[in-house]
Design a protein around this ligand. Structure first.
Ligand code: GLN
Length: 491
């Protein structure tokens, strides 16, 4: 196996800048790795070997010509298949988009290309990013490189598995209710949900527009920060984009790596320290609290009494927004059309197409969301959920008057066996118990690997006030410096 695939993006960037290695060599090493392991992992829905090598050759030529390139030029990246990519298939892991080739790039993809990064291909996910295991992909599940009989988390299981299997050093995800952090936790990788509005949603296939947040995934905290710096910042094409510069995330990650958290006040949430998580996960979480104390942080217990209502509120708000967003898949504008034999009405063709194109979880959410928004039920369901969202936000605001950051386990359980939760939606939704509150609020959060339980990775998340993304990197990097990175078994 080539050493190049084990390197971090920061290390690759340095070798590339010094000319010790070419972008073609780095890209080829990752393509070879994909060819060697992805039939077992299934992290990718589409690999663009030719396109990747072409970009790599162009970068090498520009470097040879003495051009000043951006820091990550020539470094490969995998893109969750919910970002539209010009000329490259984009399915959101749904049959309804099969065959669709978008005519444009998402803003974040445009920024990757402008930075000279090499897009390897598109990674697997739960259909339209609805799920926590990647089992709801219409194209078959991704497997966890730590144990191929287990799930890699979701919805961004493909991106997380690609990192853990050394198929890519960097990847893009989206976090609506935990889809970057939960896969990171169960694969022993790092994932960041930036502040809502801090990274553009333009060209991200919409699931729940008030929550969808693109973000970076990698094997180290510094690497996530480097990618964040490339994709973040204001985008006039996204009406909810914040007109402010990216917080100093790279500097914060490097500062945190010194392992000094003297004077940093970190809150432990009373409601998230009791039952609800596996004992092995709670054991790692308690050790992490001790580690933070050793690093100089002050630990303060804070009460967030409405956090326990966040999960049910999310499972009304997200389906409501999805029922509206997914109305556009009508068999006319994109991808699939079924039953258009000249005898049927437009309405019948739409109905047959949607029935054939959407999977069971997506249908479940459209039905719940349509119901929650319907007249007579709107106030009782959607309206109530919005009120809970306000109360959860107030809990965060009050907590951040006492502490600089909050910590919690990322997810209540380690990677579970494939098939063990698909027939019970509630059991699946419980994966998001700890990740959802910060989505309702909109602040940043990082998941960092902090130990093992049953031989499988456990993640701890750090949350901070909106636009204080640098803070989660500082604390995350300090934890990483104390814990080290987790290495999965050989594939
Ligand atoms: N697991 C959550 C859900 O199913 C979160 C998904 C996400 O963040 N995209 O909705």
């Amino acid at each position: 196996m080539s050493d190049l695939i084990r390197m971090t993006a920061a290390q690759l960037a340095e070798l590339l800048a010094r000319g010790d290695v070419s972008a073609v060599e780095v890209t080829q090493a990752h393509l070879d790795r994909i060819a060697a392991v992805d039939d077992r992992v299934h992290a990718f829905l589409h690999v663009d070997a030719d396109g990747a090598l072409e970009v790599a050759r162009a970068i090498d030529a520009r470097r040879a010509a003495g051009e000043e390139l951006s820091p990550l030029a020539g470094v490969p990246v995998a893109v969750k298949d919910i970002f539209v990519t010009r000329g490259m298939p984009t399915t959101a892991a749904s049959k309804i988009l099969e065959g669709w080739r978008p005519p444009y790039d998402a803003t974040v993809v445009e920024r990757l290309r402008a930075a000279g990064m090499v897009v390897l291909g598109k990674t697997n996910l739960d259909e339209f990013a609805m799920g926590s295991s990647t089992e709801f992909s219409a194209y078959g599940p991704t497997r966890n490189p730590w144990d191929l009989s287990r799930i890699p988390g979701g919805s961004g299981g493909g991106s997380a598995a690609a990192l853990a299997a050394y198929e890519a050093p960097l990847a893009l995800g989206t976090d609506t209710g935990g889809s970057i952090r939960q896969p990171a936790a169960v694969t022993g990788t790092v994932g960041v949900k930036p502040t809502y509005g801090g990274v553009s949603r333009y060209g991200v296939i919409a699931f729940s527009s008030s929550l969808d947040t693109p973000g970076p995934c990698a094997r180290t905290v510094e690497d996530t920060a480097l990618l964040h710096a490339v994709i973040g910042g204001h985008d006039p094409r996204d009406s909810t984009s914040i007109p402010a510069p990216v917080p100093p995330v790279v500097e914060a990650a490097r500062q945190g790596a010194s392992g000094d958290l003297t004077g940093v006040r970190i809150g432990v949430i009373t409601q998230f320290t009791g039952e609800g998580a596996e004992p092995g996960v709670m054991a790692v979480f308690r050790e992490t609290i001790e580690t933070l104390t050793k690093l100089g942080a002050e630990i303060i217990e804070v009460s967030c009494p409405h956090f326990e209502y966040a999960l049910p509120a999310y499972y009304l708000i997200a389906p409501s927004e999805c029922s509206s967003n997914l109305a556009r898949y009508d068999g006319v504008r994109y991808g699939l059309r079924v039953g258009d034999d000249g005898t049927r009405s437009l309405e019948e063709v739409m109905s047959i197409t949607r029935d054939a194109g959407f999977g069971p979880e997506v249908k479940r959410r459209i039905i719940i969301g349509t119901f929650a928004l319907s007249s007579g039920y709107y106030d009782a369901y959607y309206g109530q959920a919005q009120k809970i969202r306000t109360l959860v936000t107030r809990d965060f605001t009050a907590a951040f008057e006492q502490v600089d950051a909050l910590i919690a386990p990322t997810t209540p359980f380690v990677a579970f066996p494939l098939g063990s939760r698909t027939s019970d939606p509630y059991q699946m939704y419980l994966s998001d118990l700890y990740t959802i509150p910060v989505n309702l609020y909109g602040g940043p959060a990082i998941s960092v690997p902090c130990g093992l339980s049953q031989g499988l990775p456990v993640g701890v998340q750090v949350m901070a006030p909106a636009m204080a993304d640098d803070r989660v990197y500082r604390v995350g990097a300090a934890l990483e410096s104390a814990v080290g990175t987790l290495t999965p078994p050989e594939l």
